[in-house]
Design a protein around this ligand. Sequence first.
Ligand SMILES: Cc1cc2nc3c(=O)[nH]c(=O)nc-3n(C[C@H](O)[C@H](O)[C@H](O)COP(=O)(O)OP(=O)(O)OC[C@H]3O[C@@H](n4cnc5c(N)ncnc54)[C@H](O)[C@@H]3O)c2cc1C
Length: 321
Amino acid sequence: MKTYASFRRAWRPAMEGEVHPAIEEFVETKLPRYVDDRDFPSRDGTSRLSPLIASGEITIDDCAAAALAAPPTKGREKWLSELAWHEWFEHVKAAGLDAPRLEPLWDEPGERLERWRVGETGFPLVDAGMRELAATGWMHNRARMVTASFLVKHLHIDWRVGEAHFADLLADYDPAQNEGNWQWVAGTGIDAQPWFRILTPERLPEADELIQAWPEEAFDRIGLDDTCYICVLSHDPKFDEPALRLALRSPAAYIGAIGSRKTQAERRERLAAEGFTPDEIARIYGPIGLDLGGRAPAETALAILAEVTRVRYGVAGDTRR
Ligand SMILES: Cc1cc2nc3c(=O)[nH]c(=O)nc-3n(C[C@H](O)[C@H](O)[C@H](O)COP(=O)(O)OP(=O)(O)OC[C@H]3O[C@@H](n4cnc5c(N)ncnc54)[C@H](O)[C@@H]3O)c2cc1C
């Protein structure tokens, strides 16, 4: 097993019959917010217990027992379900169900592989993940998913090549987990095959530019100013809310957000609790779009454009009849 300076603080053995101090610290401090923080590689929101699990110093049972002894929260439920993923991949391997079900035609790796390995692809999130791995022997789960997906679905390189690179560097390397997750990303394994989960330019041929990035990175690249009209349409709070927070701090001309009235009210409450003033929150047009009674996607798009036009020219937009 490899050891890395960044993990030395985690290697504090438990006394017989005690909860391991690293589990205890996570359960007491981060578990309640796990569901909100776990998807953000920039936050220290996960347990980072995987090297201890992979080395056998602690077990999934130890983690589950500590979580079950904690007060019930959404964070606790989510963490228990992540622990179950570990057990799932363990069973898949132990039962000999880990052979690939699909063998796509892969491209020759070439020098693009080297750029991926050293974190010089030019895609900030991919490069940050690969450099984190090289520097610390650990990578955030979201970054693992993105870097693996990039290798397989953008560079068309065999997942086994990436798996071997991760195996060389990961402090938590575990064959069942690494192969299982790589196959999950590649869509070749026994579990759900998300090979269709990819945003390609072909799907949006009329877009001038496609940026596939977290809101922080995307807005940073675009540079928000008063000529920007922002429509937040993901239906997913982990994208919507960071995007709205950034939009509210910018001079954007228009900020619209999809979602029912209930979703909007809950979102506004959360923004208020974070310190946004009523005037700031009132900048959000939500539910997005003028109420034209449309139902089809194209009609929704029209309603949004109508609202954007009304805001742009600062008029009431009444009927001329
Ligand atoms: C391409 C790829 C390769 C991976 N290789 C490994 C590996 O070699 N070893 C490894 O332990 N994990 C691997 N994972 C799973 C996951 O990324 C790590 O377990 C997790 O990031 C560890 O951080 P944590 O302990 O802070 O996780 P937390 O979010 O705190 O989760 C707690 C524990 O739940 C389990 N868990 C969480 N996510 C997963 C998951 N997706 N699959 C299986 N178990 C999970 C782990 O045991 C983890 O320590 C891989 C994921 C991907 C996408």
